[in-house]
Every structure is written in structure tokens, then in C-alpha cells.
Design a protein around this ligand. Structure first.
Ligand code: ATP
Length: 235
């Protein structure tokens, strides 16, 4: 469904991705693990057109994405919930949600998605008229995911959805990602919480300083002694 081939990305003179290859099949949850600065966010941003490939290609169902603008990529079915949530704090929950639907003209579809998302996140439904800036961290994370889902994506890119959340909310966010996936949305998940991410995912990629150094089934990565030592707190 999504195929990244030999992708290079530069920030000025500095190369952040050194030719990565990654693929995602329809229906999968794929996680990308790696230390700070490994290039995980850059990879997600390249997929959704927020940073440009300097070399290589990104294909979605065989069609090039790396030559497209960000809003076109959203309309093709790829939406991101960015790191740090980035909700519009002076707008209400409902207004933030509507912004996520900017590529969709079909009002009935917008309203159907909205109902589904408020079902997924009842707390957002209760707070739909509240300013997003007054939500708790966990609620803002729900809103960022909900807003991305309003674009009706076939692939949802999640950048650190559990960052800064209390353990009970982390579990709830991961459970919700599973539910979203069970509704047919393919998921690419970047996470520092490697153990939880690998328990949820079908496959995982491990990044180190701009390269993919390992790719395997999530269950195999969980049992890999090197991964346990580096990313799972010793197993
Ligand atoms: P983190 O978990 O800390 O976000 P990451 O794996 O997502 O890490 P990236 O944010 O993709 O890593 O960063 C990869 C490299 O690119 C880092 O060396 C980072 O400093 C650099 N980088 C990222 N964004 C920019 C930018 N806008 N300008 C210059 N360099 C950048």
C-alpha cells in the first residue's frame, strides 16, 4: 500500500535520512522505533509532504507521493497526528475537528466521521464546545487523533501519541489505536514506548541516525535480545 524506496531527506546541508526503505501493507499496524533524532518524525513528515525528499521515492498504491503537495496527500487518504499534539488552542474541540475535514466536501460523510470519532472518544463529545487549549494533555492527544481521522484516512500516521501521558491514558490511547485499525485504517506508529508499540503492531522498523537498521515482525523484535537491551529496558 505504501512503499518508501531509498528515501533521502536533507535539512539544509545536513542529511537526516540516508536512503531508507520501508513498506506498509493494507490493514497493518507498523511501528517505527528509535532514539531521539533517529529520523522517525522526518520519515512521517516526508510521507505526508511536510518535508521534501532529496532523493528516492514514496509510493501510495503505486502512485508517487513525493512529488505531491501536503494537502493533496491528505486528500489521497493519508493523515498525520503530529508530535506535540498541535491542536488550535483558541478554537473549540468541534472547530478543531472540522479543520481535519478540510479536504472532504461530502457533508454526510463529515457528519458520519464526526459521530464515529465522538463514539471513539466520548470525552471529546462531552467537551465539544470547550476551547482546545483548556483540555488536559490526554484529551488534546485524543483531539489530535480525532482531527486526523476527520480526513477519513486510509493510512493514519501517529507521532508519539503516548508522549507525556499518565500510564492509564497510555493504555487507553493504545486500545483506541487498535479499534481504529480494526475499522480498516492502516496505522504507522512512531513511539518511544517501544514495548507497548510492539505489542500493538504487526511489524516494526528500528531506526538509528537516519538509517533503518532492522525490520522484523513485532513479536520477533519483542524477543530480540539486542532490542530488549536497547529499547525495552533490558527485557
Ligand atoms: P524525536 O523522537 O526526538 O522527534 P526523531 O527520530 O523523530 O526524534 P527527527 O525529528 O526526524 O528524529 O530528526 C532527525 C534529525 O534531523 C535530527 O538530527 C534532527 O536534529 C534533524 N532535524 C529534524 N528537524 C529539523 C529541522 N526542521 N531543521 C534541521 N534539522 C532538523
Amino acid at each position: 500500500m505504501l512503499e518508501i524506496r531509498n528515501l533521502h531527506v536533507n535539512y539544509g546541508n545536513v542529511e537526516a535520512l540516508h536512503g531508507i526503505n520501508l513498506s506498509v501493507q493494507k490493514g497493518e499496524i507498523v511501528t517505527i522505533l528509535g532514539a531521539n533524532g533517529a529520523g522517525k518524525s522526518t520519515t512521517l513528515n516526508a510521507i505526508c509532504g511536510l518535508v521534501k525528499a532529496t532523493k528516492g521515492e514514496i509510493l501510495f498504491n503505486g502512485e508517487p507521493l513525493h512529488t505531491q503537495r501536503a494537502h493533496t496527500i491528505v486528500s489521497k487518504g493519508i493523515a498525520q497526528s503530529p508530535e506535540g499534539r498541535r491542536v488550535f488552542s483558541t478554537l473549540t474541540v468541534a472547530e478543531n475537528m472540522m479543520l481535519g475535514a478540510f479536504t472532504i466536501k461530502d457533508k454526510a460523510l463529515i457528519s458520519k466521521n464526526e459521530d464515529w470519532i465522538y463514539d471513539l472518544f466520548p470525552r471529546l463529545a462531552e467537551r465539544r464546545d470547550q476551547l482546545a487549549g483548556t483540555l488536559s494533555g490526554g484529551e488534546q492527544q485524543m483531539l489530535a487523533i480525532g482531527r486526523a481521522l476527520m480526513a477519513n484516512p486510509r493510512i493514519l500516521l501517529l507521532d508519539e501519541p503516548s508522549l507525556g501521558l499518565a500510564p492509564i491514558l497510555v493504555k487507553s490511547i493504545f486500545d483506541t489505536v487498535r479499534t481504529i485499525n480494526s475499522h480498516g485504517v492502516t496505522v504507522v506508529l512512531v513511539e518511544q514506548n517501544a514495548r507497548a508499540a510492539l505489542k500493538l503492531a504487526n511489524r516494526g522498523y528500528v531506526m538509528e541516525v537516519g538509517n533503518i537498521v532492522l525490520e522484523d515482525k513485532a513479536a520477533s523484535l519483542l524477543n530480540n535480545p539486542d532490542i530488549q537491551k536497547a529499547y525495552l529496558g533490558g527485557g
